[in-house]
Design a protein around this ligand. Sequence first.
Ligand SMILES: *Cc1c(COP(=O)(O)O)cnc(C)c1O
Length: 334
Amino acid sequence: MSAIEARLDALPRARLGLLPTPLAPAAALGAATGVPGLWIKHDELIGYGFGGNKIRGLELLLADARAHDADLLVTGAGAQSNHVRATAVCAAGAGLQCIAVYWGSRPAVVQGNLRLTELVGGQTEFTGDPDRAAVDRAIEQTAARARAAGRRPYAIPRGGACALGVLGHVLAVRELLHQCKESGLQPRHIVLAVGSGATLAGWLLGSAWLGASWRIHGVSVSRPAAEVRGRVVALAAEAAALLDAAAAIVEADVPVRDDFIGPGYGLPSGAGDRAIALSARCQGLFLDPTYTGKACAGLQAMAAEGRFADGGPVIFLHTGGEPALFADPTRSAS
Ligand SMILES: *Cc1c(COP(=O)(O)O)cnc(C)c1O
């Protein structure tokens, strides 16, 4: 085992996910999208209340919160945030309280992820400010208020985008490498949706550290590619520093495209909706409108552009997000 793997193993980790998540072929979707040798890494099946990729970071964050003797998790984002819902579910499972701080104002209809967050007992607050970035400050302010009131809050940034969150995805790389070794699969490409960039940062770091030879392709669902690159490099550096390791990721090496964002973050796009329908009808697989539907549209475009001319195999990371399918975007500020 490498020194890095030993340091990864030494990180305190709450065992939340049903791991490893399944790795399964998706031949029908592959044929329909023109992707040769398509496989899906099913992180939407990771468990813990509709799961998704955020559970991976939360395994480390929850352990750190416990190490800090926290009695309250504070995080935030938009009302349909998967990260906030996953954090609230983990808090409930761990017997901790959770405060969720959302941008904007309380939607008239409580549905999708917001409904689940409240169902598990998450306390919800709205900033009244539509600025997404203002949530970062509001999370700190809410945590400070709770501390002043005698609580022991543990603040988690938007999207779980922090060093421990990134390392959760490095562990996902190791998990997939083990699965590939056991099954003899030699993936040439990994395709994933990119929001805050923590998942992509973890996959790039993990692939570099653990010697994976596949190529990674990120599909941004919110930020322009240049902004994603800057964030991914910064997050990777933070995560590497925590492990006392070299990050060695530069902006030019961050593989991301930004032509599938559509009208904006959290807003459905035509291409994304078509990919959702295609996947549902030909494979019986539900994608989500904010992340994986758009990423799948990107996957299909990459196939058409000849990026998988090597014949694959290609692994699409299903990062979760299905609760948004149960939220009508026209009735939900998110
Ligand atoms: C958060 C999320 C992503 C993107 O992860 P980041 O680490 O924020 O880039 C992808 N898919 C789903 C379903 C998510 O909830």
